[in-house]
Design a protein around this ligand. Structure first.
Ligand SMILES: [Zn+2]
Ligand SMILES: [Zn+2]
Length: 110
């Protein structure tokens, strides 16, 4: 049995012998799986012009929107800006992880 390390969360998972070699664990693949893509495609049109769930500003550029996940639970949370808000959140998380690695407490999230 082969084990691999998930590129997303670092967990080790059993590699499926059929198909392309997976680089992400079940959980991370499910996160951006076909259900997510379907929901994303189905709700995008309606989400244009609605407020971003992170900054509250309207999302006017369909190319700069992302169906975001909750930072804590990983559940699909709602639409947010792609470049500004979604990516910034990713960077925040990374910085928090670095702070933990350095032995300091991450700043308390609200
Ligand atoms: Zn993973
Ligand atoms: Zn935003």
């Amino acid at each position: 049995m082969m084990y691999r390390t998930c590129v997303q969360c670092g967990a080790s998972f059993r590699r499926n012998r059929v198909g392309r070699p997976a680089v992400k664990c079940e959980t991370c693949r499910a996160k951006y799986g076909s259900a997510y893509k379907k929901l994303r495609a189905a709700t995008k049109e309606a989400a244009i012009g609605t407020p971003c769930r992170r900054c509250g500003l309207p999302m006017l550029n369909p190319d700069d929107m992302d169906l975001g996940h909750d930072d804590v639970t990983g559940e699909i949370a709602g639409w947010e800006h792609g470049r500004g808000c979604n990516r910034a959140a990713g960077a925040h998380k990374l910085n928090a992880q670095k702070r933990i690695a350095n032995g300091r407490q991450p700043s308390k999230a609200v």
